[in-house]
Design a protein around this ligand. Structure first.
Ligand SMILES: Nc1ncnc2c1ncn2[C@@H]1O[C@H](COP(=O)(O)OP(=O)(O)OP(=O)(O)O)[C@@H](O)[C@H]1O
Ligand SMILES: [Mg+2]
Length: 421
């Protein structure tokens, strides 16, 4: 019944015209009223049987005609269940429906309003227009900068969602987040560029000296000795870089496997100090240790943990030498959370410190505050990246605090095996 009323309502203008024309015939043409009434009823019956005209959808046709109500609810249920952001548009570009994921990436999108109001992306709007005009699916990529840069791939798919087939198509827009793959791709490209640059520099020095030794310095014994020493240092630098790269990839491969051998931290720290003491003395740096009240035992890979503390203490000696003092403090931090007590080892120096903008990037591969100084020290810029990956594997973490002019503190936190009472 309500469908019949709807059908009549859809044809209201045609029915009104028929009524006026019939009335005019009665009034001016002398048509008998009975005949006129029969004619008018016949027009209404034809309107009931005939197909409703397909009007152009517009934002104020929302909510949908009753015939499509059930489909409509089904569509909303389906897009709500999809993991990606999805937006349904009518052919004018007005939003018919959207899921929660779509609201998250475009909070300004509103049902019934044009998509261009909520997502000001000219490339996307152009793709929507093309899809309506051609009826063919479109694919478009766009980036959006709210807090950080986000990349999306959008498929614009024409589909009869709210209108019968044959009308201008509605559109389904599915968004696919490309930010993470883009970042990984960028990191890979940066890594290859950095690694080849780091290898090319010593290689160029080696080739240069080989040329000199074959040519002008061929018979100069003094120059030969000097050049050979430099070549040796450069070859060592290349070997160290390759070792560090191999260690990084080895640790990354095993990052999900937690070590399970109990290791005490204080003996490791003493071994690191024994190794680095000659370097510290060379620079007039004193290394002080302040042990914890009880032994700190963690699950760990001894050699990897030695690598962690060697890099932190070596950095403190290399970059903080002007402070003349490096302090290694071991303590036990009791944590209320489920992960229990933690071992904390902090390496503090009183050197020039690090400006705050560098702190979040120090554990990136090849990142150095001062590339020249790091190279002059024989550094590869991979030390803190290795530290971070090793600590990840150990369920630990690294925190860095620094005040320019007052020195830096690098703190390693690792879960203790034995809870502290
Ligand atoms: N204690 C510190 N004081 C000041 N700057 C530091 C300190 N520790 C690290 N840095 C800065 O962080 C950068 C990255 O350190 P990282 O250990 O990763 O590399 P590196 O020491 O240059 O090379 P490598 O560790 O491979 O020998 C350093 O180049 C330096 O600029
Ligand atoms: Mg280092």
């Amino acid at each position: 019944m309500s469908a019949a009323i709807n059908r009549l309502w859809d044809n209201r203008w045609a029915i009104a015209t028929a009524a006026i024309v019939t009335f005019a015939f009665v009034l001016f043409g002398g048509l008998p009223l009975v005949l006129a009434s029969v004619g008018f009823v016949a027009v209404c019956v034809v309107m009931l049987i005939a197909k409703a005209p397909a009007s152009l959808p517009s934002s104020n046709t929302f909510p949908q005609p009753a015939a499509f109500e059930a489909d409509w609810q089904r569509l909303q249920v389906i897009i709500d269940a999809l993991p990606d952001p999805v937006v349904a548009l009518d052919s004018t570009g007005a939003v018919l429906a959207l899921n929660a994921q779509a609201r998250r990436i475009a909070p300004a999108l509103r049902q019934g309003e044009p998509i261009s109001l909520g997502l000001r992306m000219p490339a996307l709007i152009a793709a929507v227009r093309r899809a309506v005009a051609t009826g063919a699916p479109q694919r478009v990529e766009f980036s959006e900068r709210s807090r950080s840069e986000q990349w999306y791939e959008v498929h614009v798919i024409p589909a009869a969602l709210s209108r019968p087939a044959g009308s201008p198509p509605d559109l389904l827009l599915t968004f696919h987040d490309l930010t993470q793959p883009r970042r990984i791709e960028q990191m890979r490209a940066d890594f290859v560029a950095n690694a080849s640059h780091e290898l090319r520099t010593p290689l160029a020095a080696l080739s240069g000296f080989i040329e000199t030794l074959r040519g002008p310095a061929q018979n100069d014994a003094g120059a030969r000795e000097r050049f050979l020493a430099i070549m040796h240092a450069q070859a060592e630098r290349m070997a160290r870089l390759i070792d560090d790269l191999l260690s990084l990839s080895r640790i990354e491969l095993r990052e999900h496997i937690n070590p399970n051998t109990p290791v005490e931290l204080l003996p490791i720290i003493h071994q690191v100090i024994d190794t680095l003491e000659p370097r510290a003395q060379e620079r007039g740096v004193e290394i002080l240790v302040s042990p914890a009240e009880q032994p700190l035992v963690v699950h760990g890979e001894r050699d990897e943990l030695i690598g962690v503390f060697e890099n932190l203490v070596e950095n403190a000696i290399k970059y903080g030498a002007s402070g003349k003092r490096v302090e290694i403090r071991l303590e036990c931090a009791s944590v209320q959370a489920a992960n229990g007590s933690q071992a904390k080892v902090s390496v503090r120096d009183w050197g020039p410190g690090i400006a705050p903008e560098h702190l979040p990037r120090l554990t990136e591969r090849f990142y150095r505050v001062d590339v020249g100084q790091s190279r002059a020290e024989g550094g590869t810029g991979l030390g803190l990246a290795l530290v971070k990956h090793i600590l990840n594997r150990h369920g630990g973490r690294l925190s860095i605090e620094s005040t320019p002019g007052a020195g830096s503190t690098f703190t390693v936190t690792l879960p203790l095996i034995r809870p502290v009472h």
